[in-house]
Design a protein around this ligand. Structure first.
Ligand code: SF4
Length: 407
């Protein structure tokens, strides 16, 4: 696992089930189900899908008694399926009631997410929060104090806005919002500590949906506390928007060493796979050289020099080939995820790019000889010809993997 030259911010290590977040541990990928938690079968099935896609922690909503009572059955089904991914319960509004009433069920969760903006109003707020923290302490569970600007404590915001209006140079509304999100997280973390919870049991998140504001908030909070941080752009959207906005939000922070666990919040397409958010989170980490999950396939976009769509098909075929084979390769060839492959469309950048990869192929462009040189460890190894280039290249790739990674 490469960390490049990124200096990770120092944070307390928090154990969440069998996974450690923060400290010197790798940045953990997590996700959340969108099933009705009380539907044990569907929720279990989706947790398995997310875990198999690479989610190292999975959160489920716990919004009522049925959801809470389903937790032990979900956990049991997961264990029967050999899935040990930690499960986090997401509590809002009635979390204090559920956690107090269903302690056995709560004990099957590996962490509680508490949103301090949704624990109650006025004098109930601290009381309800206290109940949840006391249960967490009693059951020896960590918590995430997860602030979201969409459900920010309105009394805190109003009070901060009042104070701001009295300043000779008032801050902008966005600045007051950012400050209030941070204050809410830190004040509640301090309250949790005053109730006996250690810093090794607290993870903080401050989620907003505006990229620039999110970056400012995390940069600031990372400087003034040493709690483990969960990063995520809330409500990132769907498709390209969700992917690009999340990458632009998380990238600068991760490069600055900020963030101990990440979640990409994508709106799932109808009939789309929930696992996409896990794939995107892994790609963000891999693109920054923070963690490697799959061999990297570099391919050019193609242009007027590309004589056919053959190279696009090859690039996509190699991508699929890797994804299909990775579960086996990961077991048989440790370290294979660090492999760099390049698939290029013509002679302009093909040979050069292929030499930067561990193994690369440069296909013939328009007007070039119908041959495809293959480079291994920077040296031209063989030139492929004919109609079987894809399979020939897959065979070369497999032989390379076997010779380099077999233990
Ligand atoms: S490598 Fe060749 S085919 Fe690919 S984009 Fe560059 S010039 Fe075009």
């Amino acid at each position: 696992m490469s960390m490049n030259n990124i200096n990770r911010r120092k944070s307390h290590e928090v154990k969440v089930g069998n996974i450690s977040v923060g400290g010197n541990n790798p940045v953990i990928v997590q996700s959340m189900t969108d099933t009705n938690t009380s539907d044990i079968e569907k929720t279990t099935e989706q947790i398995i899908q997310l875990a198999e896609a690479g989610s190292e922690i999975v959160r489920v909503t716990v919004n009522d008694s049925d959801a809470m009572q389903a937790i032990p059955y979900i956990k049991e089904s997961l264990i029967k399926s050999g899935i040990t991914v930690p499960i986090v319960g997401d509590f809002h509004f009635n979390g204090h009631i559920l956690l107090n009433k269903y302690k056995t069920e709560a004990g099957c969760l590996d962490k509680f997410r508490i949103n301090p903006g949704n624990v109650g109003k006025k004098n109930k707020k601290d009381k309800n929060f206290t109940t949840m923290i006391e249960t967490a302490c009693e059951l020896n569970k960590p918590v995430r104090i997860g602030v979201n600007w969409g459900s920010l404590d309105q009394e805190l915001l109003a009070s901060n806005l009042d104070a701001n209006n009295k300043l000779s140079k008032p801050k902008t509304l966005d600045e007051v919002m950012c400050d209030s999100v941070i204050t809410s997280a830190l004040e509640n973390a301090k309250l949790a500590e005053s109730l006996g919870m250690g810093k090794d049991k607290i993870i903080i998140s401050c989620k907003l949906s505006k990229v620039n504001m999110l970056i400012k908030v995390y940069k600031k909070i990372s400087e003034i506390c040493d709690y483990a941080l969960h990063l995520g752009l809330t409500e990132a959207g769907s498709n390209e928007r969700g992917v690009v906005y999340s990458a632009c939000a998380l990238g600068p922070l991760l490069l600055d060493g900020i963030g101990d666990t990440i979640r990409v919040s994508l709106t799932t397409d109808i009939n789309g796979s929930r696992s996409k958010e896990v794939e995107v989170a892994k790609l963000i980490l891999q693109s920054l050289g923070i963690r490697y999950f799959l061999p990297d396939v570099t391919s050019c976009p193609g242009c007027g020099r590309t004589s056919s769509d053959y190279f696009q098909k090859l690039a996509s075929d190699i991508d699929k080939h890797i994804k299909i084979n990775m579960p086996t390769w990961k077991k048989d060839y440790p370290g294979v995820e660090n492999l760099k492959i390049s698939v290029m469309g013509c002679i302009v950048n093909g040979p050069g790019e292929s030499k930067h990869a561990d193994i690369g192929i440069s296909l013939p462009g328009r007007g070039e000889n119908p041959t495809a040189p293959v480079y291994i460890d920077g040296q031209k190894n063989v030139t492929l010809k004919g109609n079987n280039i894809t399979n020939d290249f897959k065979e070369i790739l497999f032989n390379y993997i076997e010779s380099r990674f077999k233990t």
